[in-house]
Structures are given as C-alpha cells and as structure tokens.
Write a protein that binds this ligand. Sequence first.
Ligand SMILES: [Zn+2]
Length: 242
Amino acid sequence: MIELLAIAAHPDDVEIGCAGTMLLAKRDGKRTGIVDLTRGELSTRGTLESRARETEAATKILGLDYRTNLGMPDGNIELSQENIARLITEIRKTRPTIVLAPSREERHPDHEAAAELAHRACFYAGLEKYSPECGEPHRPLLILNYMQTYAIEPRIIVDVTSVFEDRMRAVEAYSSQFSGSNNSGDQSQRETFLSQEGFFDWLRARASANGLRIGAKYGEAFWGPEPLGTKDLFSLVTKTIA
Ligand SMILES: [Zn+2]
C-alpha cells in the first residue's frame, strides 16, 4: 500500500509541484509513490536516457517507495478507456489514501489531460463493476491538485519549510531541463519555460509567497473541490501572527 500517491504527466512535474509534501509524508513514516504517465519524450532538452537517469536520482532524494511510468505518448494523453483502465490498475494496486493530481487548468495541455485522467481513474477505481479485471475496487479518500504553472487560489497550503532544500534538490536532479546545464554539454539548446534564467528563483519565490500566507517560510499550494475535514481545528493553525 502506498498512502500518498502523486500522478504526473511528465517525470519532473511532481518534483516541481509538490516534492516537499511528498518528503514530509515520507518523513512522517508514510509510504509514498509517483505514477508518471509519459516519459516526456517531447521535451526540447535532454534525452530519454538522461531523463530516466534524472528521474532515478530524484526518486532517491524523495525516498519514494514506488514509482512507475505508464509510457503513454507525450503530447497525446488520451482520455481513452484503455488509459483510464491502466491508471485504475495502478490505483487499485497501490491503494492510496490521498492522491496528488496535476492542476486542472494549466499552460501545458498534457497537465490538464493528466488531471482529467486522474480524476476519472480515482472515481471509477472505486466502482466494483468498473473493469473488475483491473483489481479490487479502491477509491482514495482525498484528491488534491498540486499547483503547476498557473497560480491557483489554494484550498490548503502545506508548510514545507523543514524539507525545502531537499525539495529543491529533487527538482535540480533534472539538470538537462534547466538553464546552462544539459548533459550533452551543448549550451545552444533552445530555451524552454523551465530553462529560463530565474526559474529556480521563481519556484522559491512562489513557495515563499504561499508560505507567508500561513506564517511559514515555504509552502506548497493545493486545490480540490471537496470540503476538507479535520478532527482537530487546532491542527489547522500554522500562523505565528494573526
Ligand atoms: Zn510537465
């Protein structure tokens, strides 16, 4: 069983979006995992081999108990019965309590497609008569969408201050994607959203902006349509000043 399962269109999406929350859960003794839907073969930078090596390095930093890649075509994540069934198989196999899914409104269409696929698979995985060949029914108790490129008004912000530098190391593991560092040594590759100078500053600044809202140095933001419950109102208080 994997208690916290994150789903992503591309290897590096989880690291960029919610690696701190994954690290916190792991530190708290939970079993954590990631399902990447594609290998990111359309990436302007890096090769399949370098991306696979980088994913392995990031996986180690996050201390994941489980990671798999479903090998769907990058740039063409279809909401097909076949793809839904493949993700249902993963959900029924890993039986997560909480799923972290991509953002539903995103700059990259693959992220939106992955979010919709995750939403459908998490729901249908709980229906006994839906694709019984994919395993015993299981529905995660909570699905949250992690923030990607577009800023969202969060429903919840997780204080990731204590693991923030390791969180950034997990992103840095994907060195082929970032400015001035690609594994081929070729500095002439085309610029991408991730390789822009200042990308890491932006990531840090956004975590800082989210964190400040809950009285923490760094925060990761999530959104979800369902109400969030608690048995302890006081566990919701992280602010040090009103
Ligand atoms: Zn992506």
